[in-house]
Design a binder for this molecule. Structure first.
Ligand code: PLP
Length: 492
């Protein structure tokens, strides 16, 4: 037995004492090399794990002083090997070659650099999340984005004294914002909704169901295709708490249709002293008309029209983190803040950090700092040039790549009819069918998410940042060469 071969006088404690410290190991050449490719936290974690394993082996009697010394000598290599095979994360970053800017399956809006930097800064330490630095008293987390939001909206809308008459709060997403507002303002009372707006937004968010779950009572108004201001007016009763207007985000109706404008609804609401709540959804601040997308309603327009309360997503056309934004008249927001459910929807400090920095990008007039804005405005010519560049660097025998015109959609349930013209790379390989090609791309590192159109695999570069083109080229070459080699092997 090993135990019996232990030298006389070598107790367990003696063996433990031979173990080097974490800081000793951090000074080895291998650790220094690892620190060039891995974070310090990861290197320290790997060292601790290796030392823990040795302690375990000592405890179970697996070592003499000599075998332990051998293992210790090998420790730096053990650690660098462990770092080379990191624990595979489930959540991975991918190259989005679908051209869908707000792809719900791919995490919607990527964040701006300043949002990322602010998140890292706040996440890595402590912050004044709920501390008033002046008084030293407990503060409220809502303040961190409220004044920026109100300043920005006030400036863009030109509404006088906007920040003196309105407030803003954040919750987890727009679905939560709508639910919470209905619950806090209308539970047990009636909410008027046009039959044309009893919609399903996607992912199980259906207006009638949300209304029911909130405790509010749905009162349907008008018809599926036509609803007039008078239909609302005639449905108002002493039990009416709110008029709800829902942005028909992911579909459009044509033909014999009528829908009151937000201004007309506000006029009805003001006459009856009933608040108009708009589920605006997209959070769009600036018109998309410069990019050729007409009539996509903005958050600013809802407020300029006089809507008393508006709900929007943070990670759609605003281009920020996932959250729900409620902006409205002070009395309404205060009533929502008093709901016990408000606490259950509260967001993390990282969301405040990311949204605050995103709003600062807008306020400093640099919306092009926001990735989705850059993707919306990228020109066809630029896309064509990049497609040609990437193709020139592809080096896979048999592969026939080409540059083809495409139309991309925005996605995320916004602007369903909008088509953004651009160019994509089409891929075809004689031995690999399009579905196998798509699969091979998904299995790459990082995975490339593409789409198939007319039997061709399309890589739409609108949703890939130009800085990532070299990475795209390398991954395409490696992965497609490997895929081609494996079909050859099977075939030959
Ligand atoms: C997208 C959308 C929602 C849901 O927003 P999430 O942030 O995904 O919860 C609600 N209402 C409208 C009108 C939307 O467009």
């Amino acid at each position: 037995m090993e135990r019996s071969t232990r030298q006389a006088g070598t107790s367990l404690d003696d063996l433990y004492r031979i173990l080097p410290s974490v800081s000793d190991l951090l000074l080895t050449d291998e650790a220094r090399r690892s620190l060039q490719t891995s974070s310090r936290v990861a290197v320290v974690h790997a060292i601790r794990a290796a030392l823990d394993r040795l302690r375990e082996e000592i405890l179970t009697g697996g070592h003499t002083a000599i075998t332990l010394q051998e293992r210790i000598a090998a420790l730096p290599m053990t650690v660098s090997d462990a770092l080379r095979q990191p624990f595979p994360f489930s959540l991975r970053s991918v190259l989005n070659a679908t051209g869908v800017i707000l792809h719900t399956n791919l995490g919607r809006a990527p964040l701006s650099t300043s949002a990322l930097e602010h998140m890292v800064d706040i996440a890595g330490g402590y912050s004044n999340l709920e501390l008033d630095l002046e008084s030293g008293e407990r503060g409220s987390r809502d303040v961190h984005v409220e004044s920026l939001l109100l300043t920005l909206i006030g400036r863009l809308s030109g509404i006088a004294d906007f920040d003196g008459t309105h407030r803003a709060i954040l919750v987890n997403n727009c679905a939560a914002a709508t639910f919470l507002a209905l619950h806090a303002l209308a539970a047990g009372r009636e909410v008027l909704v046009s039959r044309g707006e009893l919609v399903e937004i996607g992912g199980g968010f259906r207006i009638p169901e949300i209304l029911k779950a909130s405790g509010a009572i749905l009162k349907e108004v008008g018809t599926t295709n036509r609803t007039r201001p008078a239909d609302y007016e005639n449905s108002i009763s002493p039990d009416t708490a709110l008029i709800l207007r829902v942005h028909q985000s992911n579909f459009s109706m044509e033909g014999f249709v009528a829908r009151p404008s937000a201004e007309e609804l506000v006029a009805v609401g003001d006459r009856a002293q009933i608040a108009v709540f708009e589920d605006q959804g997209t959070g769009l601040l600036h018109s998309l008309e410069p990019y050729g997308i007409p009539r996509e309603p903005t958050l600013i327009a809802s407020l300029t029209a006089g809507c008393h309360l508006v709900a929007a997503s943070g990670d759609k056309l605003l281009g920020g983190p996932q959250c729900g934004i409620l902006v409205g008249r002070t009395a309404l927001i205060d009533q929502i803040r008093r709901s016990p459910l408000f606490r259950t929807f509260r967001v993390d400090k990282l969301v405040y950090a990311a949204l605050e920095a995103t709003l600062a990008d807008y306020l400093s007039d640099s919306p092009q700092a926001i990735p989705i804005i850059r993707m919306l405005r990228v020109s066809s010519e630029e896309m064509k040039g990049r497609c040609r560049q990437v193709i020139a660097h592809l080096n896979v025998p048999g592969l026939s790549p080409d540059v083809v015109p495409v139309e991309s959609v925005i996605g995320g349930g916004t602007a369903p009819k909008a088509q953004l013209p651009g160019f994509a790379i089409s891929l075809r390989h004689p031995a690999i069918g399009p579905h196998d090609l798509l699969l091979a791309l998904r299995r790459a590192n990082p995975p490339i998410i593409a789409r198939i159109k007319a039997d061709l695999v399309l890589l739409d570069l609108r949703t890939i940042e130009p800085e990532s083109d070299p990475l795209l080229i390398r991954v395409l070459n490696d992965q497609l060469l490997a895929a081609a080699a494996s079909v050859e092997e099977v075939g030959g």
